[in-house]
Design a binder for this molecule. Structure first.
Ligand code: FES
Length: 126
């Protein structure tokens, strides 16, 4: 049912945890299943210097948080904002249809953390 990448990221998730004194925090919940994800970021020179996540979600959410945070680490905020649930799912070698919303938690959590950083710093995104 799951790809090797999903299983590998589920068993060895990257970037799990919390950042003390983060520059931005994103907390999102899935309307599909009610599970949640929290994303913490540190920003330096307009880039994601560090990123961590915690999820109260399923195995696919754990793998998506791991892969999603790896994909955007070191990227500019503009680049990171463009991450989509599809990109996360593709990087994981695909997700079963009924698990696609889990990758959305990761993409939305990352975007919400960046939006929080921007609003804390009075940066308007139009
Ligand atoms: Fe809820 Fe996967 S079933 S995040």
């Amino acid at each position: 049912m799951y790809s090797d990448q999903v299983i590998e990221h589920f068993q060895n998730p990257r970037n799990v945890g919390e950042i003390t004194d983060p520059d931005g925090v994103g907390k999102v919940g899935s309307p599909v299943c009610g599970d949640m994800m929290e994303v913490y970021i540190k920003v330096e020179d307009g880039r994601l210097a560090d990123i961590k996540y915690k999820t109260f979600g399923c195995g696919a959410a754990v793998a998506s948080g791991s892969m999603g945070t790896e994909m955007v680490k070191g990227k500019t905020l503009e680049e990171a904002m463009r991450i989509t649930d599809q990109q996360v799912a593709e990087a994981l070698g695909g997700l079963p249809e009924e698990k696609l919303h889990c990758s959305n938690l990761a993409a939305e959590g990352i975007q919400a953390a960046i939006e929080d950083y921007r609003s804390r710093n009075g940066i308007s995104t139009g």
